[in-house]
Design a protein around this ligand. Structure first.
Ligand SMILES: [Zn+2]
Length: 50
């Protein structure tokens, strides 16, 4: 099963999930709701319970 984690978009505050493999890398996440790009560290809320 794929590992995922939830992030909250700092712009529109909607939550969406990403592949866990993207979390540690310096990869920009793209919000599917407002297309805002941000790093995982910029998310005001991260839920990575396993
Ligand atoms: Zn957004």
């Amino acid at each position: 099963m794929e590992k995922i984690f939830w992030v909250k978009c700092p712009k529109c505050s909607d939550r969406f999930y990403c592949d866990y493999g993207l979390k540690s890398k310096q990869v920009k996440l793209i919000c599917p709701f407002c297309q805002h790009e941000f790093g995982a560290a910029e998310s005001p809320e991260i839920d990575d319970r396993q």
